[in-house]
Design a protein around this ligand. Structure first.
Ligand code: UN1
Length: 496
């Protein structure tokens, strides 16, 4: 059942083939006999063309009044709303997560696009006083120029929108390099932006590998800022590529997020949260709750209930409304997950459910893996320390809140964490002590909203935040403006 749908790059307002003349296949992870489409296997020349188009378009776009830029984004958000169902279906086919979740992914893009459209009438700076008479001081936001955006496959539309929309509203132009596993959703998003009236060159899309497209993009002399979401390992390379020319660089990398459950928690709610946080999106979220730390008084009861719920999850093709957990993104990812299961077993963790690929019938056509729980984990073992990016949760016992916090913070990452408790003192103590960029009380570690800053500490990020007005701080620079209307030379710090 092969379709010959060939999708193109979008450069300078036109859909064009890559200079290499080559394409790559995008397969459905739930059924790898289904070809989603052929996509351009681009190279250096395509990056150069896209960066040149973005540079060319920059001046007119930056001088377009921000409310007008906002109107275009508003139209794009409306188009996304109208097409939500079709876009979600395309996304489930190329990425695998269940339809309910891909609808959520498109919704996140809609939310971000409306949010940033509204920013077109704000983009607030400050007015302030001067130490000298008849002098006025203010700050304004200036765009940076061409932004290179490199996005992952797990949120194929939401994450590109987190980067494109704030970049555009601030007056930048962009070149997007989407993940090779999910280029269709990026094509769909860029098509919407084209129809909404984004001028030629302001948004460019180049598909292909990280090595052939991502690397030259982050090194390109005309690119002033790079925003990357992906692994900590690649993030480090992005940071190094940006350093020699001082490109601004926003990195959103790994996570090893924790749910902490205290004896005084609503246990059923905590179990439900751990199931959604650990196995939602098949565990393929940087915010996934891959560790659960449980206080001893409820440890056994929690574990029994958690395993029971995980065993009952229906794994399959995400287009089937009865399915709760889709496949992994590709065979390489499945092998990674499998190897971590072996590591966990060898480290002495107790495998309580799952731990194996699913086979037989339709399972043989996809990259399916059973929801997996390890109990009685030592917090220091590799499966409790390293990001797996799959449906594997390590459960760790603890004595009290202090110990839970110590274990929770005892990792290299700092994206998201959560505490289940009915005690307000415990909640506020953990809120203060957790070293993560996102913290939840009585909710799992996933599900951030677009009007709050998104990002993490330690090896998760490099100090920037996406979403909310925090994103504007990355995609613009402050310009401090002094207007002297005294009609004479006034010297700051001297003519006091
Ligand atoms: C990611 O996994 O890279 O907070 C992003 C969440 C989603 C975004 C996750 N809104 O889980």
């Amino acid at each position: 059942m092969k379709s010959l749908n060939t999708l193109k790059n979008y450069i300078n307002g036109e859909w064009v083939e890559s200079s290499t003349g080559e394409t790559f296949e995008n397969l459905n992870p739930a059924n790898h006999r289904e070809l989603i489409g052929l996509f351009q296997k681009s190279g250096l020349q395509d990056v150069n063309k896209a960066a040149a188009a973005a540079r060319q378009a920059f001046k007119a776009w930056k001088n377009t009044p921000p409310p007008k830029r906002g109107e275009i984004l508003y139209r794009a958000a409306t188009l996304l709303q109208q097409r939500k169902e079709a876009l979600a279906r395309d996304m489930t086919r190329e990425m695998g997560k269940v339809l309910e979740e891909t609808r959520g992914d498109v919704q996140e893009a809609i939310d971000m696009t409306f949010y940033m459209a509204g920013e077109g009438r704000r983009l607030f700076g400050q007015t302030t006083t001067s130490e000298l008479p008849n002098k006025f001081c203010m700050t304004i936001r200036s765009p940076l120029g061409v932004c290179g955006l490199i996005t992952p496959w797990n949120f194929p539309m939401a994450i590109p929108s987190w980067k494109i929309m704030p970049a555009l509203i601030c007056g930048n132009t962009v070149v997007l390099k989407p993940a090779t596993d999910t280029p269709l959703s990026s094509c769909n998003l860029v098509q919407v932006l084209e129809e909404a009236g984004v001028p030629a060159g302001a948004v460019n899309l180049v598909t292909g590998t990280g090595g052939a497209v991502g690397a030259p993009l982050m090194q390109h002399a005309d690119v002033r800022a790079v925003s990357f979401t992906g692994s900590t390992e690649i993030g480090r390379a992005v940071s190094q590529a940006c350093a020699p020319s001082f490109k601004h660089c926003c990195l959103e990398m790994g996570g090893k997020n924790v749910i902490m459950v205290l004896d005084d928690a609503n246990l059923e709610l905590a179990v439900e949260g751990a199931v959604w946080g650990g196995f939602g999106t098949t565990g393929q979220r940087c915010t996934a709750a891959s560790r659960v730390v449980v206080q001893k008084g409820v440890y056994k009861a929690f574990l029994n209930r958690f395993v029971e719920r995980a065993r009952a999850l229906k794994v399959g093709n995400g287009l089937d409304p009865a399915v709760q957990v889709g496949p992994l993104i590709n065979e390489a990812q499945r092998q990674t997950v499998e190897s971590y299961v072996e590591i966990g077993k060898n480290e002495g963790a107790r495998l309580l459910c799952g731990g194996e690929r699913l086979t037989g019938g339709d399972y043989d056509q996809g990259w399916f893996f059973a929801p997996t729980i390890f109990g009685d984990c030592d917090p220091q073992i590799r499966i409790a320390q390293e990001e797996i990016f799959g449906p594997v949760v390590s459960v760790i016992p603890c004595d009290n809140l202090d110990q839970a916090i110590e274990i929770g913070n005892g990792i290299a990452y700092g994206l998201s964490s959560s505490l289940y408790t009915r005690n307000v003192n415990n909640a506020f103590t953990a809120m203060r002590e957790m070293e993560t960029g996102i913290f939840y009380v009585n909710a799992p570690t996933i599900g951030a909203e677009t009007h709050l800053p998104f990002g993490g500490t330690k090896q998760t990020g490099n100090g920037h935040r996406e979403a909310a007005t925090a994103a504007l701080d990355f995609y613009s620079e402050w310009k401090s403006v002094y207007v002297d209307y005294s009609d004479k030379l006034q010297r700051a710090q001297i003519d006091t």
